[in-house]
Design a protein around this ligand. Structure first.
Ligand code: C2G
Length: 145
């Protein structure tokens, strides 16, 4: 039984997240995902749109995710790897090199990110739509001159 692990925020879950998890699972027989808690994200300076409970529920519901654990600190990875008998640690290549210290414990694999989609771009699109809606309301609901 080859266990693979990866970690992430998975806010506003999108196809970039899905393809990362799918490729990670394909590297072994079991995939464990550490989902960043809200408190840990504040430490990362990341404000999420979706709370941890719901982000974890979405990831847990993915058929090729076998287990979800909370990610509460940067330092927990070695203990997780030992406790869970992890063979391979996977992250998207925006993290390339950042977790090479784990190579003493397991294989470390950085996978190409999926282009053109990100939580940030989804948030920007929503903000633009809200701005358009606001201007539309101002323009077309303005009282007759
Ligand atoms: N990802 C991807 N393609 C995208 C967006 C994200 O492959 N278009 C990958 C990231 O590289 C990461 C995973 O999906 O491996 C989760 O991305 P985030 O939720 O943004 O995770 P992050 O906030 O980077 O937290 O300890 C590690 C951290 O918890 C990672």
């Amino acid at each position: 039984m080859k266990t693979v692990i990866t970690y992430g925020t998975f806010d506003l879950f999108h196809v970039g997240h899905l393809k990362l998890l799918e490729r990670a699972r394909a590297l072994g027989d079991r995939l464990v995902v550490g989902v960043s808690t809200d408190a840990f994200n504040e430490g990362k300076g990341k404000r999420t749109a979706i709370p941890y409970r719901d982000r974890a529920a979405i990831v847990r519901a993915i058929r090729f995710v076998d287990e979800v654990i909370p990610e509460e600190s940067w330092e927990q990875k070695p203990d997780d790897i030992r406790r869970l008998g992890v063979a391979t640690f996977v992250m998207g290549d925006d993290w390339r090199g950042k977790f090479d210290d784990l190579k003493t414990l397991c294989d470390v694999v950085y996978l190409p990110r999926t282009a053109l989609v990100s939580t940030t771009s989804i948030k920007e699109a929503v903000a633009l739509l809200q701005q358009i809606a606001k201007e539309y309301t101002l323009t077309f609901n303005a009282p007759a001159p």
